[in-house]
Design a protein around this ligand. Sequence first.
Ligand code: COA
Length: 371
Amino acid sequence: MGENTAEGLRGIRAGNTSICTVGAEGHGLHYRGYAIEDLAENSCFEEVAYLLMKGELPTQNQLDGWCEQLQTHRRLPGLVEDILRRLPADAHPMDVLRTGVSAMGIAEPEPGLEGGFETAVRLLGALPSMLGTWYWGSRGKDVPSGDGIEGFAAYVMLMVKDDTPSDLECRLMDASLILYAEHEFNASTFTSRVCASTLADFYACIVGAIGTLSGALHGGANEKAMALIQQFKDPEDAARGVREMLAQRKLIMGFGHGVYRVRDPRNAIIKGWAKKVSEDRNDLRLFEISEAVEQVMWDEKRLFANLDFYSATAYHMAGIDTPLFTPIFVLSRTSGWAAHVIEQRADNKLIRPLANYIGPEQRTYLSIEDR
Ligand SMILES: CC(C)(COP(=O)(O)OP(=O)(O)OC[C@H]1O[C@@H](n2cnc3c(N)ncnc32)[C@H](O)[C@@H]1OP(=O)(O)O)[C@@H](O)C(=O)NCCC(=O)NCCS
């Protein structure tokens, strides 16, 4: 590494934000000053999205109006619906959402770059329908109407789950959407800000962010965590298997973090939900396997579970297919991305760092016959 460079930009403060703090005292998470524990316990996703995007918690009237807007925006433009219906059933749903958002940018272009709030609300409302249109439509089934379903989380569950979701499953979804909503300058959010800083439109920022989130080191970790725990038959098998993987220096998905050093505060909350949903199903096998993995990772590496680890168990036990895990993360994180795009635009400076050059010294150009 050369002078003034940091691998992966670790430890570099790349800008100002008033949206979120991550890792204060090694483990804290606050959205606009509110602790994640308070929000997950007392709030709902719509309220948190409003807080992130507007800066303050809504009054009851404001919340009612906001929820109504989100419900109205479930409707998709014809062009977007047509495109989504043509996508194959074996497409990855992250690619489906990336395509749907891109198509929205053509069907309903952003009117101007002032703020972006209206476009953000429009997209946030439409995203669950995009996922549902593909999920149900690609299997030749009718998309459930959602009439009479008011809450965002309940509507998401309707879009991603084959049988009728229980009240407990909807509450799990609501909590997980709150936990996933925002996380400061993580890779996908930073992507959205870089994109916004060039004065690209809102949809471009979100398309870029979805692409970044899809990777296994970021949002894709919840799907990989599921694949990991599903391969073990019981907690003993899991403990043995994970020790072997660590001996082979393999990465265990759903553990560790680029910023938190002590623990991920979201873990205790989602773990509680994973347990509740498993108990409700009277099936604690996967939960106990997950706990065994968590214990070995702590004993052997002092690495803690991040949000993605128990999200996998919780979503699986709520009857959600694994490929839909990261797309659900998108439905939530769009609120955080939107808040950052709006913040970037309000005080914009093109994000353009320098590179530390490590290539060859100056060379003389050789004509092609002489090489
Ligand atoms: C998130 C992540 C990319 C952070 O990486 P990072 O900032 O480089 O992590 P650290 O610097 O704390 O890593 C310290 C050591 O622990 C190891 N480590 C970190 N996470 C690990 C994991 N999940 N499994 C096994 N070893 C891990 C690193 O390889 C490193 O070992 P080394 O010093 O021998 O090279 C990394 O922990 C990871 O890949 N986790 C799995 C993917 C995941 O869950 N992503 C979702 C994040 S919310």
